[in-house]
Design a protein around this ligand. Structure first.
Ligand SMILES: C[S@@+](CC[C@H](N)C(=O)[O-])C[C@H]1O[C@@H](n2cnc3c(N)ncnc32)[C@H](O)[C@@H]1O
Length: 274
């Protein structure tokens, strides 16, 4: 069974067919992915076989593994996800690290996560800074429902407040540390994306106008006008200089570029000196 699933996923163009087969079959059987290869097909009942067939079909259609299992690991947390939210990415952990550093420097300041989606960033910050509170915003009510459910399940709802708004509109940002992983892919790039993203993830979580900067541009301006003390944005390929210039233009005197584990510029931050 496992070999047949791997072959089907490979045929469908999935990049990591063996890994995905192990995770999905393990999910169905309630065992760890590394145990899957040890299971003998003859031990599987009809119900298990039907459930494995169903997850294999979904993955063949290039539905992301995390939407099928309903969960994704992020920092120390298991975040529940569905098609209303972007699946949290490992690269975004860089933004959390930058945020934790900036937040340490400004005791008492509030942290605000703009475009919180599943709540991953806001929840990770609250989890790693016990006793401190975070505000998460999103323009999607469906995404905020997922974030609220995650906050409840992870017992962080008393310290993670959620708000439906456009960027940081109507949010008191004075002295705040603003973090944002907003959509940053240009509309022209949509056809070049993996089907897992272009067919399955919410368009409004991925695409941001003709240069990919339409949402970031708006939120940088809000951060400047609102007198946030610091702001950090996850960015895509080739956007570091533009976003640094936007931050300077909005009144942040010092900017820095932070790289991910692969060495790519991944986050641009801006801080006020005074
Ligand atoms: C790239 S996803 C990131 C989700 C989450 N922060 C993460 O890192 O996994 C971007 C999120 O920004 C939200 N978004 C897009 N435009 C927005 C806007 N103008 N105001 C608020 N949220 C917005 C989307 O609904 C989506 O949830």
């Amino acid at each position: 069974m496992r070999r047949a699933v791997i072959a089907r996923l490979r045929e469908a163009g999935v990049d990591t067919p063996a890994l995905d087969a192990n995770v999905l079959i393990g999910h169905v059987l309630g065992i760890a992915p590394e145990q899957v290869a040890l299971r003998i097909d003859a031990e599987l009942g009809q119900k298990d076989l039907r459930a494995i067939e169903a997850v294999a079909e979904r993955r063949e259609r290039r539905e992301p593994v995390a939407y099928i299992t309903g969960t994704k690991a992020f920092r120390r947390l298991e975040i529940s996800v569905n098609r209303d939210v972007l699946i949290p990415r490992p690269e975004t952990e860089v933004l959390v690290e930058v945020g934790l550093d900036l937040w340490d420097d400004s005791r008492g300041a509030r942290a605000v996560d703009i475009g919180t989606g599943s709540g991953a960033i806001a929840l990770a910050l609250a989890d790693e800074r016990p006793g401190r509170s975070v505000l998460g915003t999103d323009c999607s009510p469906a995404a905020l429902q997922v974030a609220a459910d995650n906050a409840q399940r992870l017992r962080l709802a008393d310290r993670v407040r959620l708000c439906l708004t456009d960027g940081a509109a109507d949010v008191d940002l004075r002295g705040a540390v603003l973090l944002a992983n907003l959509p940053y892919i240009s509309s022209a790039e949509l056809p070049t994306l993996q089907p897992e993203i272009s067919r399955w993830e919410p368009r409004a979580a991925v695409i941001a106008g003709i240069d990919g900067l339409s949402v970031i541009r708006k939120v940088v301006a809000q951060a400047g006008r609102g007198k946030a003390r610091a702001a950090a944005f996850e960015i895509g390929v080739g956007q570091a200089e533009s976003v640094a210039a936007l931050l300077i233009g909005a009144g942040f005197e010092r900017t820095a570029v932070h790289r991910d584990l692969a060495g790519h510029p991944r986050v641009v931050s801006g801080t006020r000196v005074s």
